[in-house]
Ligand binder design. Structure first.
Ligand code: ATP
Ligand code: MG
Length: 345
């Protein structure tokens, strides 16, 4: 048997795409109310009235992005009148990058080398006499929310949706922007155990071969997912244990396969998959110099090629603390009396 010979019918996974985190399922159970509210904010635009603006918030991994993407997909399948624009701000922290991404989605070319304002003007021109839904996901990752003021001024009848897993974000944006964008709040509550089980079972049904996993194991995965409070954990466990089973030449996932997949989860924080290079650099430096004061860590960060200012460095560290990865402790006795020590959590 050669190295690449495969045995027919040993496959456990029927459709691997379904096990990607950004796969948008055909239905999003348990989020019907939120989906209805999102749709209601867009509908008036179909009657030439103004859309509503939303602030969508809730913990990580509980269907905020999936729900909005589901609505946008429905929208684009039913009308060309309203243009959906979805921007994830995670790695697009400045308004230039955000406007360029929007221009890209509108198929506007040649934005390179132009100013942010120029790119915005092109977008305004392209959307002349049209209405749009602008979704800015992970909005709390943005360096400067000022661009929202420009969007709302240029597109006063469109609908703007801001999404965050940090409710506090909204209290921090400039009051000038807040008074201009009246935002209806939509909360996503965490799922209960039955709901988590329902979601995982459905994912397994469309992703895996029939009978590839027993109910007892699905329940075990649902329990772990519920405790970790993030549906991605369950999707990860399904994908990994199915792959381990396939490597093992089996057609069915066993307890041992799930156990092995669990060990892999522990090695690798799920958050790490979504962190950008500065955040990863800060984590690595903290690993090497655990508990050092922030100024010193910043020097090490710079030496390793980090480009952030000290202010942004500290903001990033605070964000990593919110994610439960770092721990910041204010101590007395620093150079100016007070300093922050940074630890790996
Ligand atoms: N009700 C649901 N039905 C089916 N799949 C779901 C449901 N809720 C969440 N998921 C799935 O769980 C995963 C995580 O959901 P999603 O990406 O929407 O999280 P989120 O709330 O946007 O998290 P974050 O704040 O970290 O961005 C996705 O793969 C999504 O498809
Ligand atoms: Mg999301």
């Amino acid at each position: 048997m050669s190295l690449f010979d495969i045995e027919k019918n040993t496959s456990v996974i029927k459709n691997e795409d379904v096990l990607n985190y950004d796969y948008v399922p055909k239905t999003i159970p348990y989020r019907e109310n939120q989906i209805q509210e999102i749709a209601d904010s867009i509908k008036p635009m179909l009657y030439e009235r103004s859309g509503r603006n939303l602030f969508i918030y809730g913990a990580p991994g509980i269907g905020k992005t999936a729900s909005i993407k589901w609505v946008l997909r429905e929208l684009s399948e039913s009308t060309d009148e309203i243009i959906p624009i979805y921007v994830n701000c995670w790695n697009l922290k400045t308004k230039y990058f955000i406007f360029s991404e929007m221009a890209n989605q509108l198929k506007l070319s040649f934005t390179a080398g132009k100013s942010a304002e120029h790119v915005l003007q092109q977008i305004v021109y392209k959307l002349k006499n049209k209405r749009a839904v602008f979704v800015f996901d992970e909005i709390d990752k943005i360096d400067d929310s000022d661009f929202l003021y420009q969007i709302v001024s240029m597109f006063p009848t469109s609908s703007i949706h801001l999404i965050s897993n940090n409710f506090e974000y909204i209290t921090k944006i400039d009051s000038r922007i807040r008074s201009r964008i009246i935002l209806k709040h939509i909360e996503f509550r965490p799922y209960n155990l039955d709901e988590v089980y329902g979601i995982i079972k459905e994912r397994a049904k469309i992703a895996l071969r029939k009978d590839a996993i027993d109910t007892s194991l699905l329940k075990q995965i649902a329990n772990i997912t519920f405790n970790k409070r993030d549906i991605r954990v369950g999707i990860y466990l399904l994908r990994e244990s199915a792959k381990i089973a396939e490597q093992d030449g089996k057609r069915k996932i066993t307890k041992e396969h799930v156990k092995k997949a669990m060990e892999n989860v522990l090695d690798k924080t799920l958050e790490e998959e979504k962190l950008n290079k500065d955040e990863l650099l800060i984590i690595n430096i903290t690993k090497e110099h655990n508990g050092d004061v922030s100024g010193k860590l910043f020097d090490f960060y710079k030496k390793k090629g980090g480009k952030l200012s000290y202010k942004s460095f500290k903001r990033y560290a605070k964000n990593l603390e919110k994610l439960g990865i770092l721990k910041l402790e204010l101590t007395s006795g620093g150079f100016k009396g007070k300093s922050t020590r940074i630890f790996l959590n």
